[in-house]
Design a protein. Structure first.
Length: 313
């Protein structure tokens, strides 16, 4: 065997070794993804049985698509489902309509002259993301309950004579849920845009300053266009995740007064399973929600490829 052939063989072996090493790096994450994301899909089988705990699944009757049909088999159920979808669409819609807020916050944060002040603000706005919704509700209750700090201040100032039930008001449920969610995630969501700011060519800023452009013109003509690709990718992913609002926030803030406006799809599924014991029906709704989310994902991916020439998946 000649020396050149030996070198080629060694090069091929090195490439295979590098590929194998990279695969071993991601293997633990693939295992975790399978355990927590794909293995639980086995539970979908409960949607096709009349499951009644504590019976084993094999002892329950197979009912096929009965639970899927039961969602719309009466006007009352249809009306209830439409109300839940309304809440889900409104909460997701508010999130999408205000999805530009983290980008704007990141721009103003990056424009701060004082790096110390910038770090302090970023720390205080990022910290709420790591606070559990239980503690967030405890804070909300301490401030806005009938005996909370807000009512005490207003009564001491003589502005009100009776406590205001801030947490029990039905009319402002959507806006209050959006406000708490925005407060909790604004700083964390801005990190993505702060990272994208570092990828903008600094030569563009220098050229703009040489041409006499002010700060706001630089932001409008350089910074925002440089962040728009990141914004559109995150926006399309939010649209694909339209039906997934989460459950913890709404579960903690729900009460007898705001239940008609706070019950989103995820909370409805939880209440069906844990409170009503309708595990099979809750599983059927979860299956439909998953299929709709997958369809939305591929739809926005196709739209992105057609309009921007780039796909997100």
């Amino acid at each position: 065997m000649t020396l050149s052939k030996m070198n080629k063989k060694t090069t091929r072996l090195n490439k295979k070794f590098e590929r194998m090493k990279l695969f071993l790096y991601i293997l633990p994450f693939m295992i975790l993804l399978f355990i927590f994301s794909y293995y639980p899909l086995y539970g979908w089988i409960y949607a096709f049985f009349d499951y009644r705990p504590p019976l084993a699944l094999k002892d329950c009757d197979f009912v096929g698509l009965q639970w899927f049909k039961s969602m719309v088999d009466s006007p009352v159920k249809v009306q209830q489902l439409l109300g839940i979808l309304r809440n889900t669409f409104v909460m997701s819609g508010l999130g999408i309509l205000t999805s530009w807020l983290p980008m704007v916050f990141a721009i103003f944060l990056a424009e701060c002259r004082s790096s110390k002040f910038q770090k302090i603000v970023q720390t205080f706005t990022t910290t709420p993301n790591f606070i559990s919704w239980v503690l967030v509700y405890f804070m909300a209750y301490s401030i806005f309950s009938s005996s909370g700090a807000m009512n005490n201040i207003l009564m001491n100032l003589g502005l009100i004579t009776e406590p205001i039930q801030f947490l029990e008001q039905e009319s402002g449920t959507w806006l209050s849920m959006w406000a708490w969610n925005t407060w909790k995630g604004l700083g964390w969501s801005a990190i993505m845009y702060l990272a994208a700011l570092g990828g903008i060519d600094q030569g563009l800023y220098e050229a703009a300053r040489v041409d006499g452009a002010g700060r706001f013109k630089i932001i409008w003509h350089i910074t925002i266009p440089g962040l728009l690709p990141t914004y559109f990718v995150l926006l399309l992913l939010s649209i694909a995740n339209f039906l997934n609002n989460g459950m913890e926030q709404y579960f903690l803030f729900q009460n007898a007064f705001n239940s008609d406006h706070i019950q989103v799809l995820d909370l409805y599924v939880y209440n069906l399973a844990m409170k009503s014991g309708s595990y099979s029906l809750a599983t059927a709704i979860s299956i439909l929600k998953t299929f709709v989310s997958v369809i939305l994902l591929f739809s926005v991916n196709r739209f992105s490829k057609a309009v921007r020439g780039e796909s997100i998946v």
